[in-house]
Design a protein around this ligand. Sequence first.
Ligand code: UGB
Length: 658
Amino acid sequence: MASTVDSAAEQLSKLGIDGAFADSAPNLKKNLHLLSSEQVELAKMLMEMGQSHLFEKWAAPGVDDNEKRAFFDQVAKLNSSYPGGLKSYIKTARELLADSKAGKNPFDGFTPSVPTGEVLKFGDDTFINYEQAGVKEAKNAAFVLVAGGLGERLGYNGIKVALPAETTTGTCFLQNYIECILALQESSCRLAEVSNLAISNVNASVYEEVSTFMLLSSNNIYLKFVGKCQEIPFAIMTSDDTHSRTQELLESNSYFGMKPTQVKLLKQEKVACLDDNDARLAMDPKNKYRIQTKPHGHGDVHALLYSSGLLKEWHDAGLKWVLFFQDTNGLLFKAIPASLGVSATKQYHVNSLAVPRKAKEAIGGITRLTHADGRSMVINVEYNQLDPLLRATGFPDGDVNCETGYSPFPGNINQLILELGPYMEELKKTGGAIKEFVNPKYKDASKTSFKSSTRLECMMQDYPKTLPPSAKVGFTVMDTWLAYAPVKNNPEDAAKVPKGNPYHSATSGEMAIYCANSLILRKAGAQVDEPVQEVFNGQEVEVWPRLTWKPKWGLTFSEIKNKVSGSCSVSQKSTMVIEGHNVILEDLSLNGALIIDSVDDAEVRVGGKVQNKGWTLEPVDHKDTSVPEEIRIRGFKINKLEQLEKSYSEPGKFSLKP
Ligand code: UGB
């Protein structure tokens, strides 16, 4: 058998590697015979890219050999999961680190201005028309949830999508999202069937009557429609931090009613950390045979959708829209139908959902950027970049509120609607690579060393950065109370949020759901009492009646309006849970707790006076570890004192009048 050194020399010459290579990494050279030819190729690439330090501490052959092979397994993974491979990653990192050291402004030459977009008002005719258009289009849509983030700001030990969006029913975010998609699927399908059935030359008012009649009274027809529905695909981007727990959550809950084949999990990989301005890869502090890795950001979703073949599959199936959303916004689907309607009506290639933004709020600002050379784009400018950009371009006060009390730049809530055709075309060119950035924390002003390793990052909302100026990029602004209440901050940090700015905590996220449902019911004609102010976990919040319903009860304003009739009233102390599809509130006076469940083909009319002790909120301290974490992070628990609870498990028409 050839000696180790001979075989290494042989391999080196086969690969055309000269003696300098051997000299600069003697420990690698000694171990080369352990490696496959693919692994030797990777070693060569690392050497060429100035990464010889990775082998400095390698032991002699015979010691840790499996760990050495595992090192190359990791390198192979890092190489294949990044568009262009590790070589490209290191090259880009060097460029971005040099720009960062030189203090180069990524928006150099661009002047920001306030863009124009669609501003919607909940419940008016325009809103209703957009909702109708959106529901119609939903059968041509696919949904993508980015859920790879650990949520360090929230500090919750579980995955964020498993957190209850509200504790009246305990429905977690993932369940809510899935039930919303299924409700949209059914509504969209029903609408398409009604259109197919539509008598030719039917006028608009007759058409509305037809659909309302079917919705409320013709359950047989409704069921027939459901059987025929085209399934809306749902993809979830996970990461090593969230993947198995997301899968378990889905499996242990039978996918919350969705078909398992309808859901696809795509796992994002982390990227290599960088130790210095030369982009030398950082070693894992606990293992000399591993490269340290960190998350690359939600921008990975584009490359994953592309490389997995999912986009092509959706395109071949005739789909037209891809909707992206984040992990903890319990209001989101109230805004989806109308914003999809805007995309379809305006034929936007890119539509970002936005809300009025308070200056310095930790959400990006949607901005028009115009370059001195004439280029122009509408893009999200991240919250930490907006203020310096404004100051550098003739706005000496930076990110401040205007006379409306809000920043003139709409707040990006990272809900994007992309038209699939142009999106695929663009990704064919880029492979899904998104413009990256680097954010090293330097030790001192010389900017020569970092406090801790850094890495390249990318954001999904930066997708339009590579688009040609001809692309139709728009946005849709909705009221915050309707569209945006994420759960991102832990109780301590939320309590420190400046007065007037949103807490974005589990407490405020839950209260926002009750507020939105109360305001929607008011708009639908019910008299709903004013909220009271209470303090939970150091945060002052408005407590509205705790009104909740399943998405299938009412996903659009028109649907809800059709289910509220006569003179209905709800007191502040009340709780209402509607689990059924065909539940109609008719002259209901609610002062207590009411829980109604019914099968889809039962029609239940609920009216009269419901009066009982109801459910109350009892404060708990977020530090009290005897209370489960998902409860204590909101600062209250629900005491179920007394309720009227009815369940209808048979088809038919029923009336509940206590
Ligand atoms: N996420 C991933 O899936 N993978 C990752 O590697 C990282 C995150 P954060 P962020 O709506 O309030 C965004 O951390 O990044 C998922 C927008 O950039 O909650 O601080 C993660 O699971 C910003 O413009 O938010 O800020 C979660 O679902 C603004 O719109 C999502 O990505 C802000 O959100 C967002 O991650 C906002």
